[in-house]
Design a protein around this ligand. Structure first.
Ligand SMILES: Nc1ncnc2c1ncn2[C@@H]1O[C@H](COP(=O)(O)OP(=O)(O)OP(=O)(O)O)[C@@H](O)[C@H]1O
Ligand SMILES: [Mg+2]
Length: 240
């Protein structure tokens, strides 16, 4: 069922402690959005979760498996895919090579049929990647590279998909397209999605629950349906 439970204690950078304590759960087919102003600690929290920033204690459970002690690389093998901010892909490789590389990194002897099936799935979600499969990733627009970065994550068939501000720098039309695809991933792939976002309106359109960070502390948490209209959130943290 892909039920993910997370607890992070004291995440930060050397002596700088950014997130003292954070705890949440998200299930397959659900999207939890992490909101908050610049510098609130969203990226730090996501990185603490995947083990790329210092954390004094991390608890991570996926159904009845305890993944707390796994490295970033081992987490990917366990089905935890992280899409960092900045739409990162291999610029000098084609779209198809980027996707194939993501599959082969985890399954070097993976069956061709499996790879084909996953390619078809991501091409179906992002038709532009199908049209551009022979194009160098570095020559595509920011929005197309963001789609490719997400598609790369999907090539490992994640149980937990973690996204850091996927809409950053994208034109409104592309944001709409991207979030529509994320909604479809959530509904069809059965993976749990954890997403940091600044685009409140777009995120709330597909979020099931949300967690608002303010200077590393949880300011608000709950079902999206309740938080959406929360005046305190809108005024204090989102400036709406
Ligand atoms: N590599 C780093 N070294 C030291 N401090 C850092 C580092 N990265 C972030 N910080 C600090 O940690 C705090 C939280 O930053 P973080 O990037 O987690 O915020 P964020 O919520 O993701 O913000 P944004 O919306 O700008 O992405 C900030 O005070 C930031 O200056
Ligand atoms: Mg960030």
């Amino acid at each position: 069922m892909n039920r993910v439970q997370v607890r992070i204690e004291k995440a930060g950078y050397g002596d700088l402690m950014v997130v003292p304590h954070l705890e949440f759960a998200v299930s397959g087919g659900e999207l939890l959005v992490l909101l908050g102003p610049n510098g609130a600690g969203k990226t730090t929290s996501l990185r603490a979760l995947v083990g790329t920033v210092d954390v004094s204690r991390r608890t991570l459970r996926l159904d009845d498996r305890d993944l707390s002690r796994l490295s970033t690389w081992q987490l990917a093998h366990a089905g935890v895919a992280f899409v960092p901010d900045g739409a990162r892909c291999f610029a000098n490789a084609t779209v198809e090579e980027n996707l194939r590389g993501a599959f082969e990194a985890l399954r070097p002897r993976g069956a061709q049929g499996e790879r084909r099936r996953l390619l078809d799935t991501v091409f179906n979600l992002f038709p532009i990647l199908h049209q551009r499969q022979g194009q160098l990733a570095g020559s595509m627009s920011g929005g197309q590279r963001q789609m490719l970065a997400i598609a790369r994550a999907l090539m490992i068939e994640p149980k937990l998909l973690i996204l850091d501000e996927p809409s950053a720098g994208l034109a409104p039309k592309l944001v709409e397209e991207l979030f529509e695809a994320l909604g479809r991933i959530k509904d069809s792939a059965g993976c749990a999605i954890l997403m940091a976002e600044q685009n409140f309106a777009a995120a709330m359109g597909i979020a099931d629950s949300c967690l608002v960070l303010d200077e590393g502390h949880v300011a608000l948490a709950g079902p999206a349906a309740e938080i959406r209209h929360n005046e305190r959130l809108r005024v204090a943290y989102l400036g709406l």
